[in-house]
Ligand binder design. Structure first.
Ligand code: HEM
Ligand SMILES: *[C@@H]1O[C@H](CO)[C@@H](O)[C@H](O)[C@H]1NC(C)=O
Ligand SMILES: *[C@@H]1O[C@H](CO)[C@@H](O)[C@H](O)[C@H]1NC(C)=O
Ligand SMILES: *[C@@H]1O[C@H](CO)[C@@H](O)[C@H](O)[C@H]1NC(C)=O
Ligand SMILES: *[C@@H]1O[C@H](CO)[C@@H](O)[C@H](O)[C@H]1NC(C)=O
Length: 498
């Protein structure tokens, strides 16, 4: 009996040693990093979480390109402006893949733009780009017009609070979802329309689930987990809800066709019929549903969270807020609607918006990439299929490119003469072949909503409140803790002045 146990133990031990050696062998030409253990990789060193602070230490020890093992999968992390640009731009083609985990695959099936690869990705992305460009250029009822329309409703909704305290994220989220709704389905949403909010919630639930232990468990044992009960089954119900909602929207567009395509759904339907005889076309219903979901997902939380941070920083840095307002008052005519073109005459405001995006760092390390063919970079060999993490936050805080990286400082984007200047290390939208598709749209929306808000209100803490939590919550994007402020209409302030 004892013999058997010993033999078994020896067998297991040698199996582990073999695996250990195999990992060492597999990693022999990869960038340096902490030694991985069988099965758990470096999760031990990282206290089982791919957590922030531990990883910054690793870059200090092992350099700007290092390897960490999530289980037995190596992740190659690029840190700092130079290394990240090397990966995203100089090796743009080689690192243009997206890793698709079993969990993500379960609901995207490799369709759409965000989580797709190869020919399908290229086509869908090209279409998405074309669509956004057309809408951006369009004068009447175009993107900018929709945003200005929503800015007006946003101001009304703040005004109706009459200076009483409120959680600004609620009206901001409504405005941003309404822009997204107009973009994708051609309509804004009344407050009675719970469906759309429900839809966004469902999408967020699915995305944030990806980051949990259940999500990881699913990735490790996909076939088993599909059958086992657990919270992941709830996710599948949500996924079905989202799909059927989008399908229903498509159906109602088909039933009420418009002469001129005006939203994403119209344009996509037109694209399907235009390409139906092309054997290489990937324009079909399943790609359409996923592309619509990608747009809903990518354009709502990102923009509203940026503005949520923006209001918080204005409260925390009242001198900056005042300076922005001074500039807006000096440059804009009172009755005039803010447009994106105005940024050129508003260098300080523009710099503040850039600094908000840098400092808020909402995308954190960004989205993972996958190597599409064997690539040698700085003497390391990175094989096809390897997962790459271009750490965007290490670029936005790179001490070599920012004067005071850890401080909120609009001068990062101003020269001595007070003119706006860009910075090479400003990469909140990433770069290269998979650079954020909605960068232009996001810039327009953030600028118009921010400038409109600051022109109309001064944000301050409610009476009796002296502190605001500046920490973040690490979710799908980096978010502030919920907070309340008062939006004081500025004309009353002006009125009270002698
Ligand atoms: C503040 C706002 C936003 C930020 C900070 C942001 C950031 C990002 C980042 C970091 C990526 C990953 C790029 C990579 O793989 O390296 C990305 C991808 C993407 N973003 Fe955005 N984004 C924003 C708004 C938007 C908006 C408004 C849209 C609207 C359509 C959008 C659509 C997309 C799409 C489709 C992708 C996937 C691109 C691909 O895989 O080819 N984003 N975004
Ligand atoms: C659109 O905006 C209106 C107010 O302007 C708001 O009542 C409604 O809830 C918004 N829709 C969504 C989906 O947030
Ligand atoms: C899901 O999680 C994996 C592993 O943490 C990550 O690589 C991937 O980018 C995530 N996908 C989404 C859509 O958040
Ligand atoms: C379809 O793709 C193949 C291979 O990429 C190419 O050779 C062919 O010309 C394409 N056909 C059309 C109609 O675009
Ligand atoms: C990315 O960079 C940030 C800022 O330098 C750092 O805190 C974080 O640990 C890094 N993450 C990874 C995965 O290297």
């Amino acid at each position: 009996m004892l013999m058997l146990a010993e033999v078994l133990l020896a067998f297991l031990l040698s199996l582990l040693i073999l695996r250990f050696l195999k990992l060492r062998w597999a990693g022999r030409r990869l960038p340096p990093g902490p030694t991985p253990l069988p099965i758990i990789g470096n999760l031990w060193t990282l206290s089982f979480r791919l957590h922030h602070e531990t990883l910054i230490q690793l870059a200090k020890i092992y350099g700007n390109i290092f390897t960490v093992w999530a289980g037995e999968t190596p992740l190659i992390v690029f840190s700092g402006c130079k290394a990240v640009k090397d990966a995203l731009i100089s090796h743009g083609q080689e690192f243009s893949g997206r890793p698709i985990t079993p969990f993500v695959n379960q609901f995207t099936q490799g369709k759409g733009i965000v989580a797709s690869n190869g020919h399908g990705w290229r086509q869908q992305r090209c279409f998405g780009q074309m669509f956004l460009r057309r809408l951006g250029l369009q004068q009447e009822m175009g993107l900018e017009w929709q945003i200005q329309e929503e800015a007006r409703h946003l101001l009304e909704s703040f005004t109706s609070r009459r200076g009483r305290s409120l959680d600004p994220s609620v009206p901001i989220r409504h405005a941003v979802s309404n822009v997204t709704g107009a973009l994708v389905f051609g309509r804004r949403f009344s407050s009675e329309d719970r469906n759309f909010q429900h839809l966004l919630k469902a999408i967020n639930f699915v995305v944030s689930f990806n980051g949990t232990h259940w999500g990881r468990l699913f990735d490790t044992f996909p076939r088993l987990m599909r059958r086992v009960p657990g919270p992941h089954q709830e996710v599948f119900v949500y996924v079905e809800y989202v799909r059927s909602y989008v399908k229903q929207e498509i159906r109602s567009h088909l039933e009420n066709p418009s002469d001129e395509p005006k939203d994403l759904t119209d344009f996509y339907l037109a694209q399907i019929s235009k390409t139906k005889d092309d054997p290489n076309s990937t324009y079909d219903e399943s790609n359409m549903i996923q592309l619509v979901i990608d747009f809903l997902l990518a354009s709502s939380d990102t923009i509203s969270t940026t503005l949520h941070w923006a209001v918080l920083y204005m409260v925390v840095y009242p001198a900056v807020q005042e300076e922005v307002q001074k500039e807006l008052d000096a440059v804009l005519i009172p009755s005039q609607i803010v447009c994106y073109e105005d940024r050129k005459r508003l260098p300080y405001t523009n710099a503040v918006i850039h600094e908000i995006q840098r400092y808020a760092n909402i995308a954190s390390v960004g989205l993972a990439r996958q190597c599409t063919k064997d690539t040698s970079i700085r003497g390391f060999l990175i094989t096809k299929g390897t997962i790459i993490i271009p750490n965007l936050s290490s670029v936005l805080f790179d001490p070599e490119h920012w004067e005071t990286p850890q401080q909120f400082n609009p001068s990062h984007f101003l020269d001595e003469g007070g003119n706006f200047v860009t910075n090479n290390a400003f990469l909140p939208f990433s770069a290269g072949h998979r650079v954020c598709l909605g960068e232009q749209m996001a810039r327009i929306e953030i600028f118009i909503l921010f400038a409109s808000l600051l022109r109309a209100f001064t944000f301050q803490l409610p009476e009796g409140v002296t502190e605001i939590n500046k920490d973040y919550i690490y979710g799908t994007v980096i978010q502030p803790h919920p907070y309340e402020i008062c939006a004081i209409p500025r004309w009353t302030i002006l009125h009270r002045r002698p």
